[in-house]
Design a protein around this ligand. Structure first.
Ligand code: DGL
Length: 268
């Protein structure tokens, strides 16, 4: 059981921000990653569609014999996490709660901003969970749909990135928040540019917190892989493996070797 892989899925390449952090603190773990590149983006789709796609991704990984499932996609976590948790007899974790916990630790004035895809913001998942954990927090949310495509184009800083950031975040900058949750897989790559604009505001990205939570759960369940060798990483995509490799290497900062193109019909 300990040598079984950690399963991680995302709508595409963005979940590699989570893979990077998990690999950093759990280097011996084997990882199976699925990016649903044929159907990305999830962030503009209806809740019904996001749930259907998420179930197909999760089924695929579960059938490969994973020991824990990480829903690295914020959109999918916002909409389908509870359904996935009920469906599988293994730990299933999303990215929303770890991100919120990190934000609650750093906010002083209890005013928190949340940015994400349209589907994530419309789902109200962040607001609902924050309200349960601390009803005194004021939340201001904003969808930033252009952030995903610019990151995938490798536009992480410079005039274009700055203009788009200003357009989406100007109101938030002057809203009195002291903390901003980057509620989307892609946004950590824009962190430097966002930080430059949101000067003095704490930026929280959930990837590091998710990795810590995976480690905690695996330790608690006695599932940490105890072999001495570096873990094996396999990447599955539903379309365009070469594009995944090119953009994914930007996210991971290392070479992506084992990529396999699959059809999610295999999950049936
Ligand atoms: N992975 C998605 C998220 O974190 C961003 C890309 C998409 O819209 O599918 O919300």
């Amino acid at each position: 059981m300990k040598e079984k892989p950690i399963g991680i899925f995302d709508s595409g390449v963005g979940g590699l921000t989570v893979v990077k952090e998990i690999t950093a603190i759990l280097p011996n773990e084997n990882i199976l990653y699925l990016g649903d590149t044929a159907r990305v983006p999830y962030g503009i789709r209806s809740p019904e569609t996001v749930i259907k796609y998420s179930l197909e991704c999760a089924d695929f990984l579960f059938k490969k014999g994973i020991k824990i499932l990480v829903v690295a996609c914020n959109t999918s976590s916002s909409i389908s996490l509870e359904i996935l948790k009920k469906r599988f007899p293994i730990p299933v974790i999303g990215v929303i709660i770890p991100g919120i916990r990190a934000a609650l630790k750093v906010t002083k004035n209890k005013k928190i901003g949340v940015i994400g895809t349209e589907a994530t913001i419309q789902s109200n998942a962040y607001s609902e969970v924050i309200n349960i954990l601390d009803p005194n927090i004021e939340i201001i949310s904003k969808a930033c749909p252009l952030f995903v495509p610019i990151v995938e184009e490798g536009i992480l800083e410079g005039a274009i990135a700055d203009l788009i950031i200003e357009r989406y975040l100007l109101d938030l900058k002057h809203s009195g928040i002291d903390t901003l949750i980057l509620g989307c897989t892609h946004y950590p790559l824009l962190k430097n540019s966002i930080q430059k604009f949101m000067n003095g505001i704490n930026l929280v990205d959930s990837a590091t917190e998710v990795a810590k939570e995976v480690k905690q759960i695996l330790s608690k369940e006695n599932l940490i892989n105890t072999v001495n060798t570096k873990g094996d990483r396999k990447f599955f995509v539903t379309d365009a493996p070469l594009r995944f490799k090119r953009i994914g290497e930007l996210f991971l900062n290392t070479e992506i070797k084992e990529i396999f193109q699959i059809s999610l019909k295999e999950a049936e």
